[in-house]
Design a protein around this ligand. Sequence first.
Ligand code: GAF
Length: 387
Amino acid sequence: MNMNKKLIKEVNRSFEKYFKTKPLLVFSPGRINLIGEHTDYNEGFVFPAAINKGIVLAIEKSDFEVSKVFALNKDEVYEFGLGEIKPLKDGGWRNYILGVISELQKLGFEIGNFDAVFAGDIPGGAGMSSSAALENSFVYGLNELFKLGLSKTEMIVVSQKAEHNYAGVKCGIMDQYASMFGVKKSALLLDCRTVESKPFKIDFGDYKLMLINTNVKHDLSETAYNDRRSVCEMVSEKLNVKALRDVLLKELEPVKSEITESDYQKVSYIIEENSRVQSFSEAIKEHNLELLGQLLYQSHDGLSEKYKVSCVELDFLVNETKKNKNILGARMMGGGFGGCTINLILKSEFKKFKKDISKKFKSEFGQACSVYSVKLSQGTHVVNKTY
Ligand code: GAF
């Protein structure tokens, strides 16, 4: 099954029960990323895909003086006035919604009050972009409801700014883009400078993608994310270029003595990862699965040893795959410090490896990891007629 129809039905039913009217229903997916990590805010290349897990939003205009949002998974309701939008301390999911509204207001749009119910099936903290899916579902829903006339590209900028200003993460555009523009059965080779992408049909033959969630999210992740971004910007400034996308490895030499060894390693990772994305897309065209696997391992090594955004749990999972000849490659996925690994595994090995790795992970860390397979799906869209 592609979308979670049960979830759509449940969100719709709850909305009708609470608000006694029929809502607009929007599905906004999470994403995976084949390769190209932390390259998006360096205006480089990434290779994400929208997946069949996401956020379902039911939304309709309201005649009341307040707006009301019901987070079904958490069983929490939030009521607020549109004239008093500001980030909440420890606001969690509320901040993503407030952020979207605030960014729309900054653009001069007067949105009216609304009622909403949402729920999702993206595992939280898994690095599969539940926050981008939530932002996109709201900006898309509000755009439809109040006929704002925003294009999808304008909507993802609203979502990204909501994340910057209300969640405090200076993210790139990858997650919001993939969630909004996803193409069924395809991954998108996205140029984060032009914000244009090329869909690649994904068919790995006898192999498939496996996600393994560490189920951990280490505290440092947000600060570390913004710190990494600052290092990249600092070096770009020294080199007098707009972004690291414009730099070849050898061109780092003139600034090498002006930066720390650790910052040098970080920016070399970015430059290398950016070219790995290109090699990956060539390998897909040539159906060179061995090379795809090697690129995944190289990406992980760079993220772990040079960019330093991995953690023991992620490294453990990747190292274990190296002992299994039926797995061609693996790497951590997303921002890092927890979340998932993405693995290219022989289809017939999936079940067995799932069992083995679950056992080993439990005995190493005393807690369970989770294993998923995902379908590559369409980006944010209205689903009223599809369930
Ligand atoms: C997070 C961010 F939101 C993305 O923009 C991207 O930088 C990613 O980490 C790392 O590739 O998901």
